[in-house]
Design a protein around this ligand. Sequence first.
Ligand code: R5P
Length: 379
Amino acid sequence: MDWGLKNRIARIISPADNKALMLAVDHGYFLGPTEKLEDLKKTIAPLAKHCDSLMITRGALRTSVNPDYPVPVVLRVSGGTSIIGEDLSQEDITVSIKDALRLNVAAVAMSVFVGSKYEYQTIVNLGKLVNEAEEYGIPVLAVTAVGKEIGTKDARYLSLACRVAAEQGAHIVKTYYCENFEKVVKSCPVPIIIAGGKKIPEKDALKLTYDALKAGAVGVDMGRNIWQSDNPVAMIKAVHSIVHGTNNVEQAFTLYKQLSGKPNQKSNNNKPNQKSNNNKPNQKSNNNKPNQKSNNNKPNQKSNNNKPNQKSNNNKPNQKSNNNKPNQKSNNNKPNQKSNNNKPNQKSNNNKPNQKSNNNKPNQKSNNNKPNNKPKKRN
Ligand code: R5P
């Protein structure tokens, strides 16, 4: 791998611990001004310093991020559809490598829609993007996009989608957490990060983060569960304390509550957006102002729990598993690694999406496995 490519990946996945906290704010590329992301500047500014990288579109970057602030940029370069259009899977590459270079990006990102009507187009586009990006030492993040059927996306489907993306040359893959996520990680030869998905209670989002890292993900590319929280800065710091620190779920949630100024809050009270359709921009609500209810987002308030690299051993999500430290004792997440761990399907049938199926089509027997046939929402 060339120096430039390695250097850019190191801006996304910290070489210190091989972990990544990417803040996703690219949702507007198909959702428009979705809830709490209407004012990009206002949402991004207080959060940018707490993430390792920012996943964003070029329009949002140029208009809403201060170029003096050195946050590494993962630039979304695919698009072409919107939430009110016919089919979200019909994406193309919309940004040139030249423009990505002008923006000094750390990586480019695009979605692949495995199993959808436009599977071929998006997978071929991924291959072409890798060809072009590698010319300039730019890593490619492949997003395994799914439609509204996210609940039906199991380890078999996600393993297939991630593997397809990695085989096309993606350097990092973003996918969704699922049961048996270890299998998804083990059968993907490049680092995996997970999307947060729709807004869920903060404690649940922290558990998702913890579980994903424990299963071998190198980190998160999280959006709504951070900036749709009542306390976005508290939330990103709590997520950080798991990704780069030693906090377990309870400790991270306690930190979230402390930073929110609500130390006695129960987890069920943290469902600010539960009744809202988060994918529909601005629907019936004017309550989209981030941080509206609280000014308590001051980092490091009253607590040492804000130190992500604190010394407690109790909180290490990756302690019992080498899968979590891909570059440490395990090669699971290293691109181009030499370990047998990268050989999916070796000891487990679970990694063979086609094994038990007739005709080798993993999703054949169920319509649920065709994620994007008629998507109207994206998770
Ligand atoms: C969705 O298509 C975007 O690529 C987001 O970056 C991605 O879904 C992660 O954001 P969230 O955590 O809100 O799901």
